[in-house]
Design a binder for this molecule. Structure first.
Ligand code: SF4
Length: 94
């Protein structure tokens, strides 16, 4: 049986750190650089949403910790670190 990507990702579990986001956006820099559309396009988990005013929405609970955004975000926009110990994604597939 072949599973779709969505089905495979759905097998993972997450321990959400509700007190501390591991992703922060400098919204002024995001508006200046147009980072929202870049981040929205590159994140496989749809963590980022480009807002009409140029700011960037974040849904950090869905992060796969792949690091793609960290590589491709314009300089000065993104602060990213792994979630605190025991929090974050737990892979069940692949
Ligand atoms: S680390 Fe990967 S999954 Fe997490 S926000 Fe960045 S691109 Fe998205």
């Amino acid at each position: 049986m072949t599973l779709s990507l969505a089905e495979r990702l759905g097998r993972n579990s997450y321990q959400l750190d509700e007190e501390l986001s591991h992703i922060e956006i400098d919204q002024v820099a995001a508006k200046r650089t147009g980072a929202g559309k870049i981040l929205e396009a590159v994140c496989p988990a749809h963590v980022y949403t480009a807002q009409p005013d140029g700011s960037v929405g974040i849904e950090y609970a869905a992060c796969l910790e792949c690091g793609t955004c960290l590589v491709l975000a314009p300089a000065g926009v993104l602060t990213w670190h792994y979630p605190r110990g025991s929090f974050g994604i737990r892979y069940r597939e692949g």
